[in-house]
Design a protein around this ligand. Structure first.
Ligand code: ADP
Length: 270
């Protein structure tokens, strides 16, 4: 992977500028700084290795050199897009699902921000925003995909099992082609971000739908009342803004909003 081959490989897509790094702390950090400094809409930061890759709540996201895909797309939302920004994470997840389907792999979305193959995490998404006074100036959509076996972190470091595309496919796919396909799928879906169809497709791909799950508010995990912030219930689907609909164990309908939430199947196997 290098700047020249990437540019060539992505030249048919309506992107802004492209910046490639052999190694970087975090593509989201670079993209946030670039967005603040005026990056054109749809610019992309790509790296071959992240040394400080982040998940939510500053958890670590592993991106060992030459084994994964890690990139961040910068969007400068148009007026049409602004009301639907909470759906961006679902759009990104569906773009990864589309891409894996082209490889013959059927993936699912672990709400809110992970993609699973065989109930193991193959990709993660981290959406962050740059604010200008009261409104969002730009949105950075970071995606990390485990391509080769060596991208998968050691088991003891994980709270949820992980997998690579190579593990699932029996061979490693071409990273640049995959990058092209994820970005192409994202851009193709973007005009439909406000549609009911998007929510329907996102719902259809949800992992554990119809099953019992637990959602835990991670911020409160160490607080005494933590149990008050764990909800067990049946995963029903999504609200219009992409938040999660559950039927609690007491029979109430509950909406779980985006936030520092972790979702697990109720019969957790790890
Ligand atoms: P959650 O699983 O609670 O939704 P995040 O979406 O914030 O967590 O992702 C961060 C977590 O993902 C890390 O704490 C780590 O357990 C796990 N992780 C880190 N790197 C990878 C990777 N390359 N593949 C799969 N899981 C990873």
């Amino acid at each position: 992977m290098n700047q020249q081959t990437l540019k060539k490989n992505l030249s048919d897509l309506p992107l802004g500028q492209i910046r490639f790094f052999e190694s970087i702390g975090s593509t989201n950090d670079e993209a946030l700084a670039w967005a603040t400094a005026g990056a054109p809409d749809r610019s992309v930061v790509i790296t071959d290795e992240q040394t400080q890759g982040r998940g939510r709540l500053d958890r670590k996201w592993f991106t060992p050199k030459g084994t994964a895909l890690a990139f961040s797309l910068i969007l400068r939302p148009s007026a049409d897009l602004r009301p639907h920004l909470s759906r961006t994470v679902g759009l990104a997840a569906l773009s990864i699902v589309d891409t894996l389907l082209k490889q013959g792999l059927s993936a699912q979305i672990k709400w809110p921000n992970d993609v699973l193959l065989n109930e193991r995490k193959v990709a993660g998404i981290l959406v962050e925003s740059v604010w200008s006074e009261e409104s969002v100036d730009s949105v950075v959509i970071g995606m990390g995909l485990n391509i080769m076996k060596d991208a998968v972190p050691p088991f003891h470091l994980l709270k949820f099992p992980a997998i690579s595309i190579e593990d699932a496919l029996g061979k490693a796919p071409d990273r640049e082609k995959l990058l092209h396909n994820v970005l192409a799928a994202f851009l193709a879906r973007l005009p439909q971000i406000g549609s009911d169809e998007l929510i329907k497709e996102w719902e259809e791909k949800l992992a554990f739908r119809g099953e019992q799950v637990q959602v835990v508010n991670e911020l409160d995990r160490n607080v005494k009342e933590a149990t008050m912030n764990t909800i067990t219930g049946e995963l029903l689907g999504l609200q219009q803004d992409g938040s999660l609909r559950l039927r609690s164990e007491h029979g109430n309908l509950v909406t779980v909003h985006f936030g520092d939430i972790s979702l697990r199947p109720s019969a957790d196997t790890i």
